[in-house]
Design a binder for this molecule. Structure first.
Ligand SMILES: NC(=O)c1ccc[n+]([C@@H]2O[C@H](COP(=O)([O-])OP(=O)(O)OC[C@H]3O[C@@H](n4cnc5c(N)ncnc54)[C@H](O)[C@@H]3O)[C@@H](O)[C@H]2O)c1
Length: 345
């Protein structure tokens, strides 16, 4: 008998990051992973092997027509996202698209239009806001613990060698803002809402990459709330906290800081508390990557908890377009040495 509460999921793209998706999907009790696909057969076979023999394919269209999933999880790099989203929509299959949604704002807008015109639910796999410590922090600030929000700082600084696993990152003209900026800017939106302005300066710390690898931003929000958002793959600071994101939010009556090692410091009025906000480590997860792996699981879970119930996911493609608009505005600002760009919300 078919259990109508189960979701059928297929994955396209079985490269470096997809392992986290495949292991997340295969560990949900209410999900059937029905197909994995990569143009590279060896990668497709490996994905099948790590997921107890899920049928594997090297042709996405063939797979989708054969296994008819409820959702296709697109874990390829950005240049193929529009084409694969269009394929999913043509077959009436919901899509989850890895970040960045597309290589440009123009192409991301085409994906949003596609989802709208074909009425196909599509969300972006934007996982930073699904990191458990960041969700805990958001709960604290929305539950009236810190008074009026004033200031927020989000920081991701590392020189962990990302290029060995993801060599394509050396070639892209737009590097850190498109790869990592999308995450930290989305986190800023998650915590403080839509920015009204942005200034950004970018730097390049090494000569063997095409794009920028350091970005420092200041965002303005209504009621003069302000955020400093910074991200870099070129920081030599010690300890190197990769893959941790540091966040602090200050208000008129308190503050909260997510510090190194997931230590969380909370102040509400005169009450001060320190807690350990480290995410759990599932069987298939491994420290120090568990914060990423846990957030991938939570992001996949978010699709299951929304789309089949006709609910809109938090990171729907139209929502995520606002994050990409901030990225575009950051590049515009950086091109003018950090001048203020006003957002058209
Ligand atoms: N959210 C995160 O924390 C995070 C971290 C790393 C990477 N990513 C994102 O994940 C995506 C994938 O990154 P990666 O580093 O795993 O890339 P990768 O190059 O290692 O893997 C991509 C795979 O997709 C396959 N592919 C491309 N087009 C295909 C098609 N039409 N049909 C079938 N297979 C196809 C390629 O053969 C390759 O194996 C990127 O968008 C990247 O930005 C996200």
């Amino acid at each position: 008998m078919v259990n109508e509460n189960r979701s059928k999921v297929a994955v396209i793209g079985c490269g470096f990051f997809a392992t986290n998706h495949i292991l997340s999907w295969s560990n949900f009790k209410d999900v059937d992973l029905v197909g994995v696909c990569d143009l590279d057969e060896e990668r497709a076979i490996n994905a099948s092997n790590i997921s107890k023999g899920t049928p594997y394919f090297t042709d996405a269209e063939l797979m989708l027509k054969e296994v008819r999933p409820d959702v296709v999880d697109i874990v390829t790099t950005a240049p193929s996202h529009y084409h694969l989203a269009k394929l999913a929509a043509s077959l009436n299959i919901s899509a989850i698209i890895q970040k960045p949604m597309a290589p440009s704002l123009k192409e991301a807008t085409k994906i949003v239009d596609l989802a709208e015109t074909t009425k196909t639910p599509m969300m972006v796999h934007e996982n930073f806001r699904f990191q458990q410590p960041i969700r805990d922090l958001k709960n604290f600030i929305t539950n009236d613990n810190i008074g009026q929000h004033l200031f927020c700082k989000i920081s991701f600084r590392t020189s962990f060698d990302i290029y060995t696993n993801q060599p394509y990152l050396k070639e892209v003209d737009q590097l850190v803002l498109m790869d990592l900026g999308v995450h930290v800017l989305d986190t800023a939106r998650f915590l403080f809402g839509e920015a009204t302005s942005i200034c950004c300066r970018t730097q390049k710390t090494r000569s063997d990459i095409a794009g920028e690898d350091m970005a420092t931003m200041m965002l303005g929000f209504s009621e003069e709330r302000t955020a400093i958002v910074e991200c870099t793959y070129g920081s030599k600071q010690v300890p190197d906290l990769f893959p941790e994101t540091l966040v602090s939010v200050e208000g008129t009556n308190g503050a909260i800081t997510l510090g190194a090692g997931y230590q969380m410091f909370k102040r509400s009025g005169e009450k001060v508390e320190t807690i350990n906000a480290e995410p759990s480590v599932d069987d298939w997860c491994e420290k120090p990557w568990h914060v990423v792996q846990d957030s991938v699981k939570n992001t996949c879970r978010h699709w299951i908890d929304t789309v089949p119930q006709n609910l809109k996911p938090e990171t729907s493609v139209d929502d995520n377009l606002k994050t990409l608009k901030l990225v575009e505005a950051a590049y515009q600002s950086a091109a003018k040495g950090g001048s203020l760009v006003t957002m058209d919300n």
